[in-house]
Design a protein around this ligand. Structure first.
Ligand code: GDP
Ligand code: MG
Length: 439
């Protein structure tokens, strides 16, 4: 989609006679590209009008940079569509915030529930999960496995078949225990059916969620709009999460769904792993859609990471390096996101590298982080030697993290290598400092 729109703008600005007729032709080509990408026709005609109105082709000064002006108009019009100008619900600290997920089966509800729970947990909220999917066998088990991996308390039942009862019980229990974020996963059948919607509304009535979030697969086509409308009517959801933006080009279907329901997108799913979720930003979203690069996004991204190096530097100065330092360094690298995503934000590289697979490197980093997360505080603060002294620790961590003994050993040997270097550097620094004091 992005390529076709860019091509249309480029064709226009290359053409010898840059007149209004050529401009109209370009808008038509952009409109066709949007329609082919499943964007709703009414929306496209609206977009067309707003581009025409904002450019005012006849009034452009002769030497104006037409390409940039037109590109910007297309960009702004698309941003305006995905930006519903509404603030989503903000959870309040110290209160029980109940968040319910809805959406069709397979769209990524259960996966996204855990991602969102981890997201809030990492930001200091006391967070938990409730599985109200009693329809699909194995649903509770899936949520449970995810929750255990993320170390998030969960509630569900293998015997109770009424989802309304499970939802109510879970929410009541966690409210009593003063949880701040209570996330409820629900079932989604294959098709939109009356029973599903009735059940959804009943669960909502029983738990009165502060926020209902609809989960929508990025690849969903023409059906997205009616799907979203139906869910909006029944559940009046207040936010959307678009999943699987990594595996499928974000289709116009998802964009139409947002426009049709005037509901903000809050996050996008970018992979199957727990950490693969990003806050939604209309400008970056459209930049990527158009393949224009997202320098501003990149700068903001790196700034927002607040890479914390202080502790590690202090330790190295003192000649120390622990597994925890290793973990902090991994976290810093991981926060930057996989190479392919970073590349997607850099103009000129986005078209070439945007299609790159998530590289093996980032998978490996993730596994190393999970290994660290399975360690005790004492183990993290060690330089790794206690693992050599008590090898059962290695097997325990490997099992706990779902990795192999070899991978744990590899992480430890890298930490020890760093610890060795830190020792040398620390020693040298002390000598240097001493030399500076007593020349
Ligand atoms: P549910 O039926 O709505 O609960 O959907 P699930 O959470 O079970 O997800 C269905 C499938 O989509 C699973 O295989 C997930 O791993 C996968 N999935 C969910 N979110 C994402 C995403 O953001 N990216 C990718 N690549 N896969 C995802
Ligand atoms: Mg599910």
């Amino acid at each position: 989609l992005g390529r076709r729109i860019n091509a249309a703008v480029t064709d226009l600005t290359r053409s010898q006679t840059l007149d209004e007729k050529a401009f109209d032709g370009m808008i038509k080509e952009i409109s066709n590209a949007l329609i082919a990408a499943d964007v709703n026709i009414k929306l496209v005609s609206q977009l067309r009008k707003s581009i025409k109105a904002s450019v005012k082709f006849n009034e452009l000064p002769p030497h104006a940079n037409k390409k940039r002006i037109i590109q910007k108009a297309v960009f702004d019009a698309l941003v305006d569509i995905v930006n519903p100008h509404q603030k989503p619900y903000e959870p309040k600290k110290g209160k029980s915030n109940v968040i319910m997920f809805v959406g069709l089966q397979g769209n990524g509800k259960t996966t996204t529930c855990t991602k969102l729970a981890r997201w809030y947990q990492a930001r200091g909220y006391k967070t938990c999960l409730v599985c109200a999917d009693t329809f699909r066998a194995g649903a509770f088990d899936q949520l449970k496995q995810n929750a255990i991996k993320a170390k998030i308390p969960y509630y569900g039942s293998l015997t109770q078949t009424d989802p309304v009862v499970v939802a109510r019980e879970g929410v009541e229990k966690f409210k009593k225990e003063r949880f701040e974020i209570i996330i409820i996963d629900t079932s989604g059948r294959h098709h939109q059916d009356e029973a599903l919607f009735a059940e959804m509304v009943e669960i909502q009535g029983a738990i009165s969620p502060h926020q209902t979030i609809m989960v929508l697969d990025a690849s969903v086509g023409q059906a997205a709009e009616s799907q979203a409308r139906a869910f909006k009517e029944a559940s009046d959801f207040g936010a959307i999460i678009i999943t699987k933006t990594d595996s499928a080009a974000v289709g116009g279907g998802a964009i139409s769904a947002v426009a049709a329901t005037h509901t903000p997108i809050v996050f996008i799913g970018t992979g199957e792993h727990l950490l693969d979720m990003e806050k939604f930003n209309p400008q970056s979203f459209v930049s990527k859609l158009l393949g224009m690069g997202d320098m501003q996004g990149l700068v903001e991204h790196v700034q927002s990471l607040k890479l914390d190096q202080k502790e590690t530097f202090k330790n190295i100065q003192e000649g120390k390096f622990s597994v925890r330092d290793m973990r902090d360094q991994l976290a810093n690298i991981m926060k930057m996101g996989p190479l392919s995503k970073m590349a997607g934000m850099i103009p000129g590289l986005s078209n070439v590298m945007g299609q790159m697979n998530d590289d093996e490197g980032s998978m490996k980093l993730k596994r190393m982080m999970i290994i660290c997360d399975s360690m005790t505080a004492k183990e993290l603060d060690s330089d790794g030697k206690i693992f050599v002294e008590q090898p059962t620790r290695i097997t325990r961590v490997a099992r706990g993290s779902g990795t192999s003994v070899r991978e744990v050993e590899e992480l430890l040997s890298q930490t020890q290598m760093m610890a060795g270097m830190a020792k040398k550097m620390g020693g040298n620094m002390k000598k240097m400092q001493a030399a500076q004091k007593n020349p």
